[in-house]
Design a protein around this ligand. Structure first.
Ligand code: SF4
Length: 489
């Protein structure tokens, strides 16, 4: 065998070309799909990350907070590099780099030495600690280790050190996010509740969301209402900071004082029923004011519900500007509906986003066809099914819980769709199936700036409609016969 320079190349495998071609064709068959769905002991390309990665996102979302990984250096690099590649921004975090001796004798020495160095070098206002698999498997007692660190004076007495156990062999990044967020709020609000005090602010729990544009959109909405608010926690300036020649290790994040006082808020709205579940349940029991959990505001109906809820808890009408904005979003949908109507989509992602995609597609008269969640639940399945049942476009939709992207590949190769909505990991099957992949999920490692384009709210509707429909028009232009290549589409 020779390469394109005519030089001899040692074959990577001795498998005959005919056999490779036979298997490549076989994995696209219904016979293979049925075998694939019988798979039990192996997961291939699950569309979720491990718990600590989500914990790191929550840890970055607060002022002066240094994410601290108790565990392996390699794991810490994985979380950092994934966040770094998704946002194309630094994700400064430290690790106490447990190795073999830590695995045998426990990681307390690593944790103490790591805390001492990190506090001296990076001068955080808060250190947010979470675990990788290794200390969870050997049963490190994080609570005792941190208490001992305080007793030894390694951690300043007034420095908050929230910590979360984030074992990666259960749950996913959304559960790790939830665990870290809960611990941060518990640490910051301890002893801060004042009977009779009301900050007048609405607390927002957006849940796991790696779209900085969404956070800016939430802020714009609250500001248009003229309602004071606290986002718990706010990644917008952390992962979308201006490039002005000065490196800041802790740009942005929810102010620690605001987070501490959030316990005396006027109301708390959760938009992450499946990614801020425990945090919201705790807030309901401990925070003053009203509490309400809504779905992520993706699509018109769910955005309407969000705005009306703000109006209700704030005791203010929805601003006129949003009525006009809603009208523009509906106009954008109407102008574009012919390009999406009846198109079949395969969807995968986190439960909160997935529910939003289904809702949005049904509003466009598109068909959510294969709907897959690797860490879903019966509750998520029921909620999606209820949405499908409400629309004639939902009748063909099938839901796959606890499945992975190799299952999804079998589905789209044997029962085709027009497009996929997900994250970068779907690009291989999209290429095999020769259909577009719309990267609305996390992580997006192969396109730029998408995290700056909100997908929530009315503006998010316009962004999603525009992205999807223009791609379908591009495909028509690229594939049509010359005589059908038109100025107008
Ligand atoms: S699953 Fe466990 S071993 Fe793998 S990166 Fe996550 S924490 Fe590390």
């Amino acid at each position: 065998m020779a390469n394109n320079l005519g030089l001899a190349v040692k074959p990577v495998t001795e498998t005959p070309v005919e056999e490779i071609e036979r298997v490549a064709a076989w994995i696209n068959t219904e016979e293979y799909r049925d075998l694939n769905f019988k798979r039990e002991a192996l997961v291939v390309a699950p569309p979720h990350a491990c718990q600590p990665l989500g914990a790191e996102l929550a840890a970055h979302a607060f002022e002066g907070s240094l994410p601290f990984v108790h565990g392996s250096q390699g794991c810490a690099s994985y979380y950092r590099s994934t966040l770094n590649r998704h946002f194309r921004e630094p994700a400064p975090a430290v690790s106490d780099s447990m190795t073999e001796d830590g695995a045998v004798f426990g990681g307390q020495n690593n944790l103490h030495e790591g805390l001492e160095n990190a506090i001296a070098l990076y001068k955080p206002k808060m250190v947010s600690i979470f675990t990788s698999c290794m200390p969870e498997i050997i049963g490190d007692d994080l609570s005792a280790f941190i208490k001992n660190a305080r007793n030894k004076g390694i951690v300043p007495a007034d420095m908050p050190v929230p910590y979360a156990n984030t074992p990666s062999f259960s749950g996913s990044h959304v559960h790790g996010y939830d665990a870290m967020l809960l611990s941060i709020l518990q640490a910051l609000t301890e002893g801060k509740k004042v009977e009779g005090r009301c900050t007048g602010k609405i607390n927002l729990l957006p849940g796991f969301d790696a779209n900085t544009g969404n956070f800016r959109e939430y802020k714009r909405i609250f500001e248009a209402f003229g309602v004071p608010y606290t986002i718990l926690g706010d990644i917008s300036d952390v992962f979308d900071s201006p490039l002005d020649g000065t490196y800041r290790i802790y740009p942005g994040g929810t102010r620690l004082d605001d987070a501490a006082d959030s316990i005396n808020g006027k109301a708390t709205i959760s938009l992450g029923p499946y990614s801020a579940t425990k945090t919201y349940a705790w807030a309901k029991d401990n925070y003053a004011g009203k509490h309400t959990a809504l779905p992520m505001p993706l699509g018109i109906a769910k955005t309407d519900a969000f705005l009306m809820k703000i109006a209700e808890v704030a005791g203010k009408p929805v601003p006129e500007s949003f009525k006009a904005e809603r009208g523009r979003a509906v106009d954008a949908m109407t102008d574009a509906h012919q390009y999406m109507h009846g198109k079949k989509f395969a969807l995968y992602g986190d439960p909160d986003q997935l529910i939003g995609y289904v809702s949005f597609l049904l509003e466009m008269g598109a068909v959510p066809y294969h709907i897959l969640c690797s860490k879903g639940s019966k509750k998520v399945e029921k909620e999606i099914q209820a949405l499908l049942d409400l629309s004639p476009y939902g009748k063909q939709g099938k839901i796959y819980m606890g499945k992975d992207l190799w299952h999804m590949r079998s589905l789209i190769m044997t029962d085709p769709v027009d497009a996929i909505i997900g994250d970068t990991h779907g690009k291989f099957m999209a290429r095999d199936a020769k259909i577009p992949l719309f990267r609305f999920g996390f992580p997006v490692l192969d396109r730029v700036n998408l995290h700056r384009y909100p997908i929530i709210g009315y503006q998010g509707v316009i962004n999603m409609v525009t992205t999807i429909c223009n791609k379908f028009i591009d495909i028509t232009d690229e594939t049509c016969e010359d005589r059908q290549f038109e100025m107008m589409r």
